[in-house]
Write a protein that binds this ligand. Structure first.
Ligand code: HEM
Length: 412
């Protein structure tokens, strides 16, 4: 997943993103589903050598649904599963008495399911895949089934909901900030025209589009509480606060004030880090958490910049899929801006229906709650190009077609 390695996934991402565009011609209202399919398909090709052709594929209806459910619940102290962290006694209840435990019902365990997918990819896929690489390393690193299952399945957990939710935010931003869209489209038209959509090579010549993408990442950073909680391995002090060893430290990226540290209870510390300005406190904290900040440039960098930013990491653990997610989001946003207008719907009186830009889900990862808008191709010529490119993309992705015999649910 390093910056060099992910370049080899560009063709896959480009083609899958062309399919987002062509599917939006046919079914513009289901944009969320199209983004989910795209994100799941990219990680599935990488992990298992097999694409996900439809948003009705069980890998989406079953797995992504569970990931979203988990992200909804996985917030400190919010609901029962996470209360188990606060009150470990709750975790000891037998399943039949504990509706808050996940994975109940007629389902395979995640471990068995993802291991089966990995084993199948290793033994049967005609394409190179990450699962096979892990099997090749099994003896060297003495990996057991649980580890093989987790390392490969992780790509789904970490890479599908995050990437698709970011694109849903992009649509919301495009609807709500038409002036920015117009500027981006003007730039793209000058560089690309209507006979083809933007390619990776174009992106360097589209600085406004790049800024648009960065702003989408910043405006509503998807991993809004900085991913999973972390804990110091020894007692520490920060700004006069005593943070005992093993304290649950949780980020809070979306906070329009300079850095501060907030305690929500004896064992939870929240670092609020979305600065409006760079000051000595920010520089101090960036050093402490191992994150580099260049003067006056704190928003998320795209691949190529030499800084790391908080969208992708809290403390020292950084998103392993950053480079992949950045390049996929970049090309997809450029293509969608090139191809479509994003408009508010109108009511019977012809008045625009407003959308609440704060109406977001309430979880570890967040995305806008369902909203209605109009997504229409910018011209007939562009629509024809999108259709043509979609067909070609589908052809190029043919080698990744395939099915799996495994479902997460138990089939009768
Ligand atoms: C917009 C998209 C994405 C965002 C904002 C994002 C953000 C994050 C964040 C905040 C973390 C947690 C870091 C921490 O706990 O301190 C994380 C971890 C992780 N991400 Fe991403 N991510 C994205 C997409 C992806 C993709 C596409 C993949 C892979 C296909 C991926 C793979 C991972 C993995 C494997 C981890 C766990 C790293 C570890 O345990 O060492 N992510 N990501």
């Amino acid at each position: 997943m390093g910056t060099q390695q992910v370049r080899s996934y560009r063709t896959i991402q480009n083609n899958e993103s062309k399919l987002i565009a062509s599917s939006l011609l046919k079914e513009p209202t289901r944009f969320e589903k199209r983004f989910e399919r795209y994100a799941a398909s990219v990680v599935s090709i990488i992990a298992y050598g097999r694409r996900v052709p439809s948003y009705l594929d069980p890998i989406i209806t079953e797995v992504i649904a569970i990931m979203q459910f988990a992200a909804e619940l996985n917030v400190p102290g919010k609901t029962f599963p996470m209360l188990m962290e606060t009150f470990p006694i709750l975790a000891k209840f037998p399943n039949w008495m504990a509706p808050w435990k996940m994975g109940l019902g007629r389902r395979r365990s995640g471990k068995d399911f993802f291991f089966a997918l990995a084993e199948e990819a290793n033994e049967e896929s005609p394409n190179d895949n990450f699962a096979r690489q892990i099997f090749d390393l099994k003896e060297k690193y003495d990996l057991d089934d649980r580890e093989i299952s987790a390392i490969s399945g992780n790509l789904f957990g970490a890479g599908s909901d995050t990437s698709s939710s970011t694109l849903v935010t992009m649509v919301l931003a495009a609807v709500m900030f038409p002036d920015a869209v117009t500027k981006a489209q003007k730039e793209i038209d000058e560089v690309v025209g209507s006979d083809r959509s933007p390619d990776f090579d174009d992106l360097l010549n589209l600085p406004y589009v790049e800024a648009f993408v960065k702003e989408v990442f910043r405006w509503r950073s998807v991993a809004i509480i900085g991913g999973q909680p972390h804990a110091p391995i020894q007692d520490d002090y920060y700004n006069g606060w005593f943070i005992p060893k093993n304290t649950w430290v949780q980020g809070n990226l979306w906070y329009p004030y300079p850095v501060s540290v907030l305690t929500l209870g004896p064992y939870i510390v929240t670092l609020e880090i979305f600065p409006t300005q760079i000051d000595s406190t920010l520089i101090d904290i960036s050093k402490r958490i191992g994150c580099h900040i260049r003067t006056r440039k704190v928003i998320t960098p795209l691949v190529g910049d030499d800084e790391v930013c908080l969208l992708w990491m809290m403390l020292r653990l950084v998103c392993s899929g950053q480079a992949l997610a950045e390049q996929g989001t970049h090309i997809t946003v450029a293509r969608l801006l090139w191809g479509f207008n994003f408009l508010k719907k109108k009511d019977a009186q012809g008045k625009e229906i407003d959308i609440d830009i704060f109406d977001y889900t309430n979880g570890l990862n967040w995305r806008p709650r369902p909203f209605e808008c109009i997504i229409e191709p910018r011209s007939e010529k562009i629509a024809a190009t999108i259709g043509r490119e979609g067909e070609k993309a589908l052809e190029e992705l043919l080698p990744y077609n395939g099915t799996t015999k495994y479902f997460l649910s138990i089939q009768d």
